[in-house]
Design a protein around this ligand. Structure first.
Ligand code: ATP
Ligand code: MG
Ligand code: MG
Ligand code: MG
Length: 468
C-alpha cells in the first residue's frame, strides 16, 4: 500500500516528467503578504507570478505546500472532528502554469494522473465547472466524462479566490463518490457537505485579479493553479473515505491513545482526531516561527493548542500530553519537512509549558462551565458574561468554549460576550492615567489596538485575515 510519503513523491515526479520544476513548500507565514494570516493554498507563493509582477526561470512548477486553514476566508477549524475530510493543517499537492499551458492541457494532466497513474475507476468520478464555462465542460466531454457527471455550479465554490484580493478565476473540481453507505450528496445538492462525494482536486483557471475596491480585471496571462489534498487522495488510494484512516494519521492517533492509555477507536476516537490534527498544525506553525501569544497569528496558534489540550483533558490525561506526541510526528513527516526536526526541541518545550500553564485553569474553567449549564433552560445559550469570565479568568478562547458547547447542542451569546469585552476595554481606558494629554492617550490606545495588543483581535474572522 502506498503511504502518504509515496503518494507525495508520485505526484511531484509525474509533473516533473511533464516539464514542471519541483519547488519547495513555502513557509506557513506568507512572506511579504500582509493580506493573509497563513498560507492556505499552493498558489500563495506564486501570487506575483500570476499577476506578472515577478518572473522566474521556469513557467511550470509543482509543489507539496504546507497549508493552514484556521482563520479568514478559508477556515476549517470547526470542521475538525466533525468531517472526515478537513484538517487545520494539510498538504496541498499542486501543479502550476505561469502563462504557459491552460485549460486544454491542465484537465488532461489531472485526469491522466488520477485515472491512469493512480488507477482510480472513472465510474466513481464526477466533475464540476463554473456555470458559464462551456470550454471546460467541452474538454471534460472530450476526456470521456458523461454529460450528467459534469455539473455546472453557479456559486463561489467554482470561482476560486485566495482571499479578498489577488489573482482568482473560475475552476473545475474533481469529486469521488465513496458510496451510498456514507451520508452526503453530489456537488450542488443540498447534502453536498456530507462525506460521500468528496472533492479531491481543484483546478483553477487563473485569469482575473480582484482588487480591494471590489473591481476585477482580466490578467494579461492565462495561468493554471491546482490543489489536491494529499490526505484526501491518500485516503482514497488506501481504501477509505476518511483522511484520519491514512497511515500517517493512524500512527498519530495510536500515539495519542498510547500516551493517554485510551482506546484509539470507539467513542474516544473523536478526541484523538482533534489531537492528531492540532498536533500537526501547532507543530508546523512553530517550526515556521510562530510562537503562542495573545494576538494575531500567535493567538490563533494558542487557540488551536488549547482546543487540543481540552480534548486531552477529556481523555482523562493528568499530565501534559501534546509534547509527548511530537516524536511520532517527526518520525512521520520529518523527512519531507526537515524544519520539523530542526525545531523539535523548541516545539516540545513550548507545548509542554503551554499545556502545564493551561492545565492550571482548565479544570476550574470546565467546572464553572458545567455549573453555568446546570442553571440554564434547555437549549438556552451560555451568557456572554460567563463566556467572558472563562476567557478572561480561565484562559478559554471563545471558540474553545463554543467547541465545548457544540457537543451539548448549545451556543454562546456572542453579542453579550462582545459587550463584556468592550466594557473591559472601556474600564482599562478609564483606569489609564497616562500623560494627562487626552488626545495623546487616545492615540496610544488606538495604536495598541491596531497592533493587536488585545486578545480580542486574534480570532475575529475579518481581523484574522486582514490585520496581521
Ligand atoms: P471543501 O469544499 O471540501 O471544503 P475546498 O473547496 O474548500 O474543499 P480548495 O480551496 O479547493 O478546497 O482546496 C484544494 C484542495 O485542497 C481540495 O480539493 C482538497 O483536496 C484540499 N483541501 C481543502 N481544504 C482542506 C482541508 N481543510 N483539509 C484537507 N484537505 C483540504
Ligand atoms: Mg473548504
Ligand atoms: Mg469545495
Ligand atoms: Mg475547491
Amino acid at each position: 500500500m502506498a503511504s502518504l510519503n509515496d503518494i507525495r513523491s508520485t505526484f511531484l515526479n509525474y509533473f516533473a516528467k511533464q516539464g514542471h520544476e519541483i519547488v519547495d513548500s513555502s513557509p506557513l507565514v506568507p512572506r511579504n503578504d500582509p493580506t493573509l494570516m497563513f498560507t492556505n493554498s499552493g498558489m500563495v507563493q506564486f501570487k506575483n507570478l500570476f499577476t506578472g509582477v515577478e518572473k522566474r526561470d521556469y513557467q511550470r512548477a509543482t509543489t507539496s505546500q504546507k497549508c493552514v486553514r484556521a482563520g479568514g476566508k478559508h477556515n476549517d477549524l470547526d470542521n475538525v472532528g466533525y468531517t472526515a475530510r478537513h484538517h487545520t493543517f494539510f498538504e496541498m499537492l499542486g501543479n502550476f502554469s505561469f502563462g504557459d499551458y491552460f485549460k486544454e492541457e491542465a484537465i488532461p494532466f489531472a485526469w491522466e494522473l488520477i485515472t491512469k497513474e493512480f488507477d482510480i475507476p472513472k465510474d466513481k468520478l464526477y466533475t464540476t465547472v463554473y456555470h458559464t464555462d462551456d470550454e471546460a465542460f467541452e474538454i471534460w466531454k472530450k476526456m470521456g466524462v458523461a454529460e450528467d457527471r459534469i455539473i455546472r455550479i453557479p456559486t463561489h465554490d467554482n470561482f476560486w479566490q485566495m482571499g479578498p484580493t489577488g489573482p482568482c478565476g473560475p475552476c473545475t473540481e474533481i469529486f469521488y463518490d465513496h458510496g451510498e453507505h456514507i451520508w452526503g450528496g453530489p456537488p450542488g445538492s443540498p447534502e453536498e457537505d456530507g462525506d460521500r462525494f468528496i472533492e479531491i482536486w481543484n483546478v483553477v483557471f487563473m485569469q482575473n485579479e480582484q482588487f480591494e475596491d471590489g473591481s476585477m480585471k482580466a490578467l494579461d496571462m492565462q495561468s493554471i493553479d491546482t490543489g489536491m489534498g494529499l490526505e484526501r487522495i491518500g485516503a482514497l488510494l488506501q481504501g477509505s473515505h476518511d483522511n484520519y484512516d491514512t497511515d500517517l494519521f493512524k500512527a498519530l492517533i495510536e500515539a495519542s491513545a498510547n500516551v493517554t492509555s485510551t482506546d484509539p477507536y470507539g467513542e474516544q476516537n473523536v478526541h484523538h482526531r482533534v489531537i492528531a490534527d492540532h498536533l500537526r498544525s501547532t507543530s508546523f506553525l512553530m517550526a515556521d516561527g510562530v510562537m503562542p501569544s495573545n494576538d494575531g497569528r500567535g493567538y490563533v496558534l494558542r487557540r488551536i493548542m488549547r482546543r487540543a489540550m481540552r480534548h486531552a483533558h477529556l481523555l482523562g490525561a493528568k499530565d501534559p500530553v501534546m509534547h509527548q506526541l511530537v516524536p511520532s510526528l517527526v518520525q512521520q513527516m520529518g523527512q519531507a519537512y526537515p524544519e520539523l526536526g530542526q525545531a523539535q526541541a523548541l516545539i516540545e518545550e513550548t507545548l509542554k509549558q503551554e499545556e502545564t500553564k493551561f492545565k492550571a485553569t482548565l479544570d476550574r474553567g470546565l467546572k464553572l462551565l458545567d455549573d453555568e449549564l446546570d442553571g440554564l433552560d434547555d437549549g438556552a445559550p451560555l451568557s456572554g458574561a460567563a463566556a467572558f469570565k472563562l476567557y478572561d479568568t480561565y484562559g478559554f478562547p471563545l471558540d474553545l468554549t463554543q467547541d465545548a458547547l457544540r457537543e451539548k447542542g448549545r451556543a454562546v451569546d456572542t453579542d453579550g460576550f462582545d459587550a463584556a469585552m468592550a466594557e473591559q476595554k472601556a474600564k482599562a481606558r478609564a483606569a489609564h492615567v497616562g500623560s494627562g494629554d487626552v488626545a495623546e492617550d487616545a492615540i496610544w490606545f488606538d495604536i495598541a489596538e491596531d497592533n493587536g495588543a488585545s486578545e480580542f483581535l486574534g480570532y475575529d474572522t475579518e481581523t484574522a485575515e486582514g490585520q496581521v
